[in-house]
Design a protein around this ligand. Structure first.
Ligand SMILES: Cc1ncc(COP(=O)(O)O)c(C=O)c1O
Length: 504
């Protein structure tokens, strides 16, 4: 070995250190390498045009990375070791309910008896799956206080659109033309987007000084052209809408429907039911409350449950119990059609059923109670460090504000969140809800212990003390993560697609 070779750097496959970057798959690519060995049939040597018409053939070969299985496993394992995850530590990302979930649920989803069944298999050959879907639908209806549900929507926002299409179908069936949907100003951005996609106009109602829907402003906004209202309860400020019964009565009085955005169901699961509050349509984010970790974009599931008067409009086909006790696919009488290519993200549905069953009727309320207790403990513990936006008991998330810290030291909420990464905690949600200045939204969830919450509080105390001493240092945090402060707007403004990157 020459001395040059000896000093020639680390092997491409060595574990990454500090700020080193992992090469892209294209940079690791070696021509001719492959992760699969296909059986030689002789077909590959024959020209493609023997099998496909010219309109289906590409002019140029597709650019793909050539990697062995070994290369791929190394690449993704090295990348995964640079990530923060719920398995590694606390992930208090408000409104997202990023909680640790029992590995049992993953084991269920990994069972080949479930995951080797094709969704197009005839009902007679997939009775177990149909029973699972029926059982999940029944349990979700029990939890929400609704009559029937669709399991098809693939995420919360897909559930919202489904719910709005159901609202539209319901009003259309009564030849009742309505134009507007009401949304509070604290709502998640997907709500107004779904309203627009559903063909309605958004009317925004302001929150009052207590962070709740301003009932007088709502009453003033209501009219015969209002199709419904979209609400999440507890709302995105983490507060329970105490006047929900008055809100429901006012909306129903003008013939509107109440849509429940179930992103915050973790706060009330097993304790209070949206159906009992007066809601007509409810979506649930199974990937939040019921067991699927959802970092990195999915997969998720956003089932929509409805009251009896909307059941006939649900997407179909739906798994249903036949008169002879077997299970079959059935299309609701006035179905709006499909909202998913098949029956929904099936393994997320299987995880959710496992989660509900493993907790049982006694365990589910404890999920909500501990989530609320943890958030209030943190809010109270941080009282002198970062005050709550609204000084009163919260539900499952504590919305704090760095407004006075910024005025005093110049350190922003973003700086505090980034500095938390150096302390070994995932950053909270920042600058949401929009109605809170310098918002830091902590959702500790029920799965974190008092010791972890105390460590989180101490980390925040250190960060705030640092801000008071020298806030400039925080402006460049984090310092100890594989990637430090990035320009968050640039990626969206100067998009480099993967294919461009490969061709460079
Ligand atoms: C209040 C609220 N509504 C809706 C959504 C949308 O859910 P999804 O991300 O599953 O589409 C979210 C997501 O965080 C949310 O927090």
């Amino acid at each position: 070995m020459t001395s040059e070779g000896f000093a020639g750097g680390r092997a491409a496959s060595a574990p990454l250190m500090g700020h080193e970057t992992e090469p892209t798959m294209f940079e690791l690519s070696v021509p001719g390498r492959s992760a699969v060995q296909l059986r030689t049939t002789g077909l590959a040597e024959r020209p493609m045009s023997e099998f496909l018409g010219p309109e289906h053939l590409r002019d140029t070969p597709v650019v793909l990375a050539n990697l062995s299985e070994r290369d791929l496993v190394g690449h993704f394992t090295r990348l995964s070791a640079r990530q923060f995850s719920v398995d590694l530590g606390a992930y208090p990302l408000g409104s997202c309910t990023m909680k640790y979930n029992p590995k049992f649920c993953d084991a269920v989803a990994g069972d080949p008896a479930l995951n080797s069944v094709h969704p197009g298999a005839p009902a007679a050959l997939s009775q177990g799956w149909l029973e699972l879907l029926v059982s999940l639908e029944e349990k979700l209806c029990d939890i929400t206080g609704m009559a029937a549900a669709t399991l098809q929507p693939a995420a919360g926002a897909a559930g919202e659109l489904t719910g709005l299409l159901l609202m539209r179908a319901y009003h259309a069936s009564r030849s009742d033309v309505r134009r507007r949907v009401i949304i509070p100003d604290s709502a998640h951005g997907t709500n107004p987007a779904s309203v627009t996609l559903g063909g309605y106009e958004v009317t925004t109602v302001p929150s009052n000084e207590r962070g709740l829907v301003d009932l007088d402003a709502l009453r003033a906004a209501l009219g015969p052209d209002v199709a419904g209202i979209m609400l999440t309860n507890p709302n995105t400020v983490g507060l329970f809408e105490e006047e929900i019964e008055e809100i429901a009565a006012a909306v129903h009085e003008v013939g509107g429907l109440l849509y429940y955005d179930g992103a915050n169901l973790n706060a009330i699961v097993g304790v209070v039911r949206p159906g009992d509050m007066g809601f007509d349509i409810v979506h649930m984010n199974l990937h939040k409350t019921f067991a699927t970790p959802h970092g990195g974009g999915g997969p998720g599931a956003g089932p929509v449950a409805v009251s009896a008067r909307l059941a006939d409009f649900l997407p179909g086909p739906k798994a249903a119990r036949a008169a002879d006790g077997t299970f079959e696919w059935r299309r609701p009488a006035r179905s709006i059609g499909r909202v998913h290519g098949w029956h929904g993200n099936a393994l997320v549905l299987a995880r959710a059923l496992a989660y509900i069953d493993v907790h049982g009727a006694d365990g589910l309320p404890r999920v909500a109670q501990h989530a609320v207790l943890n958030a209030n403990w943190l809010r109270q513990r941080l009282r002198e460090v970062l005050p709550a936006a609204y000084d009163r008991p919260c539900m499952h998330e504590a919305v704090l504000t760095a407004s006075s810290l910024k005025a005093e030291t110049g350190a922003r909420g973003l700086d505090v969140a980034k500095a938390l990464l150096d302390e070994g905690f995932h950053a909270p949600t920042v600058y949401f809800p929009l109605i809170v200045d310098e918002a830091l939204m902590f959702e500790p969830t029920e799965t974190e212990s008092p010791q972890t919450l105390e460590a989180l509080a101490q980390a925040l105390e250190r960060i705030v003390a640092q801000a008071r001493q020298d806030a400039q240092i925080l402006q460049h945090a984090p310092y100890h993560t594989p990637v430090s402060r990035v320009d968050e707007a640039r990626a969206a403004r100067q998009l480099v697609s993967t294919e461009d990157a490969a061709l460079r």
